[in-house]
Design a protein around this ligand. Structure first.
Ligand code: 6PG
Length: 215
């Protein structure tokens, strides 16, 4: 299954298209939504919070988390809470308890993901090196067979993290990957060739802006 790349004019257009896609999937019966970390999805979450969605039917999960307390400025959960979760009322929010450390955090979350899988909608960001979630190019974690794994040597700080693995991401019903800005152009090109983790999820729908497309 090929990845589908949609190139939009601006980061705002990417955020709006992603929010519309997610809302449509949730209206069409998707029940689980996996949120991405990083900075790119923030605007998408803000727009999504204003859309018509039956949040009481929705279970929220996370694609990766940094091993910090949930109120820490680096926490992916904190970003999602500020941009989306404080504004809507999902049935359940399963944050990754990464403050327990990579191993225990992954162990706890593996049960959560197994109880919800297959995941309906997964959103992901992309790093400048082509990583997604906390799956980094050339890292042994790319061979993981469990659904969730801990990492202690993330090249992007902080080094300790918990992440969904490629098997978890590949088994999702719908994967939406967001990339904006010229800093992501190399990563997008590598992903198109399947050479970096973000390009290893067949059938993913990429929403990128012109700059990330190298145009
Ligand atoms: C994280 C992420 C990571 C992120 C990309 C893009 O916790 O760091 O989930 O995979 O999505 O690094 O980050 P930006 O959107 O900030 O560029």
């Amino acid at each position: 299954m090929e990845n589908i790349f949609t190139v939009l004019d601006s980061p705002e257009d990417v955020a709006a298209a992603a929010a519309a896609d997610i809302a449509e999937a949730l209206r069409d019966g998707a029940r689980s939504l996996v949120l991405a970390g990083g900075t790119t999805p923030r605007r998408c979450y803000e727009l999504l919070s204003q859309m018509e969605v039956e949040w009481a039917r929705v279970t929220i999960l996370f694609g990766d988390e940094r091993c910090v307390r949930p109120d820490h400025p680096d926490s992916n959960y904190r970003m999602a809470r500020e941009a989306l979760l404080d504004r809507v009322s999902p049935a359940t929010v399963h944050r990754m308890p990464a403050e327990l450390g990579p191993d225990e955090g992954a162990g706890v979350y593996a049960h959560v993901v197994a109880s919800v899988a297959p995941l309906d909608v997964v959103t992901l960001g992309v790093g400048e090196d082509g990583h997604t979630a906390s799956l980094f190019p050339g890292h042994p974690l790319l061979q993981a067979t469990a659904l969730v794994a801990g990492i202690r040597d993330s090249p992007k700080p902080p080094p300790q993290r918990v992440t969904l693995t490629l098997p978890a991401l590949r088994s999702a019903r719908r994967v939406i990957i967001l990339a904006t800005g010229a800093g992501k152009a190399d990563a997008v090109a590598l992903a198109k060739r399947g050479e970096v983790p973000s390009g290893m999820i067949a059938g993913a729908r990429w929403l990128i802006d012109r700059a990330a497309a190298g145009k």
